[in-house]
Write a protein that binds this ligand. Structure first.
Ligand code: FMN
Length: 156
């Protein structure tokens, strides 16, 4: 078992593909964060103000998770991978952090997006992970940057 776990939420598959590359490159274990009710294409249509994604965001409603047995306790470094939603992490990531005990663990964020960066991510996730060390990792839009990943791994 690796000391690193890649925990990934991906609504339409883009982040999952990159996160699997990340797990292979970092020799990490892999776990997929899934909502109890999967997102349909209609749920993700953010141009429709009534779509599920917009309703959840406006109400700050964290969707229920599909399971409660992510192997968080077995790892001391968690790589969290997700798509950027509304310029930050999706609320399901806050819910995932709140579901488990991350105190004393290092949580490194990785994301894909349509162009936005992850500058707001650590601030919006910090209240959900008391006692954890949260940090920005790498954007994965262009794939996994091997040199940048090596440099990051050397700091952990
Ligand atoms: C509800 C929603 C909100 C989004 N908000 C942003 C955003 O603020 N900035 C951005 O660059 N991309 C945004 N996107 C695009 C996604 O970040 C991008 O398509 C991502 O690669 C999708 O990853 P996935 O297939 O793993 O879900 C948003 C997508 C959705 C569905």
């Amino acid at each position: 078992m690796s000391r690193i776990l890649v925990a990934c939420f991906s609504a339409s598959g883009v982040t999952a593909a990159k996160a699997k590359e990340l797990a292979a490159a970092a020799n990490a274990d892999y776990y997929e964060i899934q909502p109890a009710q999967p997102y349909t294409a209609a749920d993700l249509k953010w141009t429709n103000s009534l779509a599920r994604c917009n309703r959840e965001w406006i109400r700050k409603q964290k969707p229920a998770l599909s399971d409660t047995d992510a192997p968080v306790a077995d790892h001391d470094v968690i790589f969290l991978a997700f798509p950027i939603w509304y310029y930050t992490a999706p609320l399901i990531i806050n819910g995932f952090l709140e579901q488990y005990d991350f105190a004393g663990k290092t949580v490194v964020c990785f994301a894909t997006s349509g162009g936005s960066d992850m500058k707001k991510v650590v601030k919006s996730l910090t209240p959900s992970a008391p006692g954890a060390t949260l940090q920005e990792g790498l954007m994965l839009n262009g794939g996994v940057n091997a040199t940048a990943l090596e440099a990051l791994l050397a700091t952990l």
